[in-house]
Design a protein around this ligand. Sequence first.
Ligand code: BES
Ligand code: MN
Ligand code: MN
Length: 465
Amino acid sequence: MEKINTYIDQNKNRFLEELFALLRIPSISADSKYKKDVLSAAEYLKHHFQEIGMENAEVCETPGNPVVYADKIIDKNLPTVLVYGHYDVQPATPLDQWESDPFDPVIRKTDIHPQGAIFARGACDDKGQMFMHVKALETMLHTQSLPCNVKVIVEGEEEVGSVNLSWFVQRHLEKLQNDVILISDTSMIAKDIPSITTGLRGLSYMEIEVTGPNHDLHSGVYGGAVANPINVLAKLIASLQDKDNRITIPGFYDRVKEFSTAERQKMAAVPFDEQAYKKSLGIAEVQGEKGYTTRERASIRPTLDVNGIWGGYIEEGAKTVLPSKAYAKISMRLVPDQDWKEISELFKKHFEDIAPKSVEVKVTTHHGGEPYVTPIDGVAFQAASKAMEETFGKKPLPQFSGGSIPIVALFERELKSKVVLMGFGLNSDDIHSPNENYGVWNFFKGIETIPAFYKHFATLTKEEQ
Ligand code: BES
Ligand code: MN
Ligand code: MN
């Protein structure tokens, strides 16, 4: 690894500058105003792949945002690694909560990152983490130490549910054939507690429109006699959880897999400082489903959260109005073996059932994704474990994550290979939040660990044959 580390060391500043150029492109997939930026992020990556010596670099059309593809096939007899990442990012709002421009990356020192962290939307999720792979590939190509074939796909719709990626995968099954799928889009437990993600939650994302009277009314003339859709919506939402914070939708828990006491004990053995957790979030108390720990609530248990709620008068000052409409966006995080389409249906039916006749409700499904778990006894996990052990000096722990990557379960099913979720972020990176950041140390640790994965994967695959 000597050559590899020297090359990384000698090119550190350029690697960062090239990442910064990508971070300056506001490739927000949720907002169509940024369509042009989404496309230019894709183009930037394509050119970059060409520059580092990858082949067949292409911006592939889909019904939605394009997928960037590139590969390097060095020997048909060697195993093939498929790398997946996403170049789209979450909206940066609320902008006034950022300490620096979300699309003008800067490095600032923090308590967690005394060597500095990159502050920008996408710094960690996922431009920074995806770009580690690009730079690791450059390093392996330049030092003639790539021990596997490699294919890369970087998509532009992950943050809006990867709605067109299955379309792409199904049309390119042959082209995407691989022996393992490597993804860095998750977090580790801590800088000194490396971990590999072995479970992801699924997701069901709903939108609700409540309509009361056919136009906005004077809240004095009509208030009290006509249902206020915001009041009604608030009550309905409140009823979706009971006093133990269990979700009240009939059938919601039917397919939820309970973890054994042994499994829960193993999870509880991983260090977790609840005091520090509360302090970092500025909360006096945690809350959640009765009978489960904070970490269980945020990983192996399903949830229901309002992501946004609006309606009525929200400008300066006061206006007395009984609004005609109220809206909410609600997401549910799902765990094995819940089915997101079934849960979306159960939600819709329940919400329509409990709505009073004084209003009309419209419930629509945005997108969803399946939950995911993977065993830790395969070659893929072992290669990642050995790679992290080599560069962190410590064996990584398996970890269930609370987040979702909708395409992971589909990849395994369609491409019939194993996914490895080897992420280098931290929960404190504030992904999706203002002041998203990614440790410079984490960025380079990733670039150093990825070649070690290729090396161990090549060796272990050979031993297996
Ligand atoms: N990279 C995240 C998922 C993630 C974050 C997994 C941290 C594990 C730890 C991904 O970009 C993401 O945000 N996914 C969305 C999926 C949704 C938009 C369909 C999510 O989890 O909200
Ligand atoms: Mn991501
Ligand atoms: Mn994300």
